[in-house]
Design a protein around this ligand. Structure first.
Ligand code: NAP
Length: 339
C-alpha cells in the first residue's frame, strides 16, 4: 500500500481543482485491503474513498485520509448460453471494462460507453445513460465496512438503487469501500435504442441492424461530440440531476414554457431536462474567470484552467437560483461536494 502525506488531489479529480489530503492511501491489491483493515481507523466524517474523481467537486480540503482503490481484476464466475456473471474489481476503469466486455461478445454495457470513472464508483450513483443504468446489469456489490473492517455483500435489491442514487450515496455515505461488483451480461444482444439520438446516429453511420459494438460506437460518437473531454477541460459530467417532478407541475410548465421537454416515467412522475432549463436561463457558454458552463452542454460546469472548487460551487449556486426563480424547480447537484 502506498502512503503519502499532505498530498495534492488536483490530478485525482476530473475538475482538476486544487485540494489537499492529510494522508493518501493507495490500495493496489487485495493484500492492501487487508492491511487497511488491520491498520486504519476510518472516520467517514473526515476521511474519503475516492474512485476516478469524476463525480466530485473539492471546494475544500480533506483533513483526514483519502483512500484510492486501484485494485484491478476481472473474473468470469459463471458462463452459460445466455448469461455470464462477471466479477470486476473496483479499481478497473469503467469504459475499458465496457470495451473489454464487447470484445468478449458480451452485451449489456454498450449504452454506458465512455462514462468516466472507475468500476467501484458505478454503484454509488447507479450510473446511467441512454436508457440503461447499472441496476439493469448489477447482481451484487462486495464492500468493506470502513467502520468495522468487516466484509459484506449486498445483492442488487439491498443497494437501494434509484435514479442516479443508492444507499452508498445517501444512508451509508462514506461508510463502505466498494471492493468489487458482480455484473450479469448477455451472450444474446437485446438492443435498447429508445433514447433520443442513438438510432439517428446509427443511421448516420449507415447501420440499420446494429450490433452491441456498433451501439457502443454510436454512444461514443455522440458523447464525444456533446461533452467536453475532462482531459482537456476540467469537468465532472452533468452537474445537476434531471429533476423528477409531479406530473401536475410538469403539465403546468408545458403550458407556460413552450418547447420544454418532459419525459413521463413508469412511477407516474415526470422527468424534466435540467440542461434545457439552464440553457433557457442563458448560462450555456457563460464564463466567470476560469469557472464556466460548457458551450457544448449546459449541464456541464467546467474549469477553464485555474478555477477553485469554491468558484465552481458559487457558479452552480447562481445557476440553481436562476432556474428556481424562472421555473420554480429545484436543481440538485449530481457530484459529491466536499466543503
Ligand atoms: P439529451 O438527449 O439532451 O436529453 C436531455 C435529458 O432528457 C437526458 O439527460 C435524459 O435523461 C432525458 N431523456 C432523453 N431522452 C429520453 C427518453 N427517451 N426517455 C427518458 N428520458 C430521456 O441528453 P444528454 O444530455 O445528451 O444525455 C444523453 C444521456 O447521457 C442521458 O441518459 C444522460 O443521463 C447521459 N449523460 C450522463 C452524464 C453524467 O455525467 N451523468 C453526462 C452526460 C450524459 P437521463 O439523464 O435521465 O437519461
Amino acid at each position: 500500500m502506498k502512503q503519502l502525506f499532505n498530498a495534492s488531489l488536483k490530478s485525482l479529480n476530473s475538475f482538476s481543482v486544487e485540494a489537499r489530503a492529510g494522508q493518501l492511501l493507495i490500495l493496489e491489491s487485495e493484500h492492501d485491503l487487508q492491511t487497511l483493515k488491520d491498520l486504519h481507523q476510518f472516520d467517514p466524517k473526515c476521511d474519503l474513498v475516492l474512485g476516478g474523481g469524476s463525480n466530485i467537486l473539492f471546494a475544500g480540503n480533506i483533513a483526514g485520509t483519502v483512500i484510492l482503490n486501484r485494485i484491478s481484476g476481472k473474473k468470469i464466475i459463471t458462463d452459460s448460453d445466455d448469461d455470464v456473471l462477471l466479477e470486476v474489481s473496483g479499481g478497473e476503469n469503467w469504459h475499458q471494462l465496457v470495451l473489454w466486455s464487447l470484445e468478449q461478445g458480451l452485451s449489456g454495457l454498450e449504452n454506458l460507453s465512455l462514462i468516466p470513472g472507475l468500476v467501484g464508483a458505478a454503484p454509488m450513483q447507479n450510473i446511467g445513460a441512454y436508457g440503461v443504468e447499472l441496476a439493469d446489469v448489477l447482481e451484487s456489490v462486495h464492500v468493506m465496512d470502513l467502520e468495522t473492517g468487516n466484509s459484506n455483500k449486498f445483492g442488487r435489491d439491498d443497494c437501494q438503487l434509484s435514479y442516479r442514487d443508492s444507499r452508498f450515496k445517501t444512508a451509508d455515505v462514506g461508510r463502505y469501500l466498494i471492493d468489487r461488483i458482480v455484473l450479469r451480461l448477455h451472450r444474446r444482444f437485446h438492443p435498447k435504442l429508445g433514447y433520443d439520438g442513438i438510432t439517428e446516429e446509427l443511421h448516420s453511420m449507415g447501420i440499420q441492424q446494429a450490433t452491441a459494438r456498433q451501439v457502443s460506437d454510436a454512444v461514443i460518437r455522440i458523447r464525444q461530440r456533446k461533452l467536453p473531454a475532462p482531459e482537456v477541460t476540467g469537468n465532472a459530467g452533468s452537474f445537476f440531476r434531471n429533476p423528477v417532478v409531479e406530473t401536475a407541475l410538469a403539465d403546468l410548465l408545458v403550458k407556460n414554457f413552450s418547447g420544454i421537454p418532459t419525459y413521463a416515467l413508469d412511477n407516474g412522475k415526470t422527468k424534466l431536462s435540467a440542461a434545457w432549463m439552464i440553457d433557457q436561463c442563458g448560462w450555456k457558454g457563460y464564463r466567470e474567470g476560469d469557472a464556466g458552463v460548457s458551450d457544448l452542454h449546459a449541464l456541464v460546469l467546467v474549469n477553464h484552467g485555474n478555477a477553485s472548487g469554491l468558484q465552481i460551487l458559487e457558479l452552480a449556486d447562481e445557476i440553481r437560483d436562476s432556474v428556481k426563480a424562472r421555473f420554480g424547480v429545484e436543481l440538485v447537484p449530481e457530484p459529491r461536494i466536499i466543503q
